[in-house]
Design a protein around this ligand. Structure first.
Ligand code: FEO
Length: 204
């Protein structure tokens, strides 16, 4: 009888520990919906990088090296955004799912057209981030929601920067010397420390 009680005691402790572990893992791991939504956003951020690199190549073809440099930095920032999501999925024991990239557009008529497309693209990205944040709240995934706050703030900045470039290019209009001076200024853009800090390996 004593042996049975000892067995029952240890068995109950075992079952209790397994249950606590399972509850903990369920809270810690990503749900299927959130994992998929994060992977979709991860792929969008990589596409953004590809898109801006194509804009950089267009500016090179127009001999606007400052504009090209600016877009190349933008492409680097997008890769860092993608890697932030990549690391977060891994930290939460999720599975990373990389997809094939669409071919980005290659040609635009004017620098203004390029930045108008960049703004439209950023507005779409912002909407996707908001949908992802809504989903994290629905699923009570507070870790993902907190993680997404950085992206929400970043999108405000990204849209404002694109709008600022559009306003400047509208002011310049057809003035070739204005475009030349802006191109000279844009070459000074560097990767912001706040973005570089977001790169876990510090090698962007
Ligand atoms: Fe990472 Fe420009 O969105």
């Amino acid at each position: 009888m004593l042996n049975f009680l000892i067995f029952w005691f240890f068995f109950s402790i075992f079952v209790l520990l397994v249950t606590i572990f399972m509850i903990f893992m369920e809270m810690y791991m990503l749900s299927e919906n959130i994992e998929k939504a994060l992977n979709d956003q991860l792929n969008r951020e990589f596409f953004s990088s590809y898109y801006y690199l194509s804009m950089a190549a267009y500016f090179l073809s127009q001999n606007l090296k400052g504009f090209s440099h600016w877009m190349r930095i933008q492409a680097q920032e997008e890769t860092i955004h993608a890697l932030k999501i990549y690391d977060f999925i891994d930290d939460r024991d999720g599975e990373i799912d990389l997809n094939a990239m669409d071919t980005p557009p290659k040609a635009w008529d004017t620098p203004l057209d390029v930045f108008q497309d960049a703004l439209k693209h950023e507005q779409k990205i912002s909407n996707h981030i908001y949908e992802l944040a809504d989903l994290s709240l629905q699923e009570k995934d507070h870790a993902t929601n907190t993680f997404l706050q950085w992206f929400i703030a970043e999108q405000v900045e990204e849209e404002a920067t694109a709008k600022e470039m559009i306003d400047t290019l509208k002011l310049i209009g057809n003035d070739g010397s204005g475009l030349f001076l802006l191109d000279r200024d844009l070459v000074q853009r560097t990767l912001l420390a706040s973005e570089a800090d977001a790169d876990p390996a510090g090698d962007m």
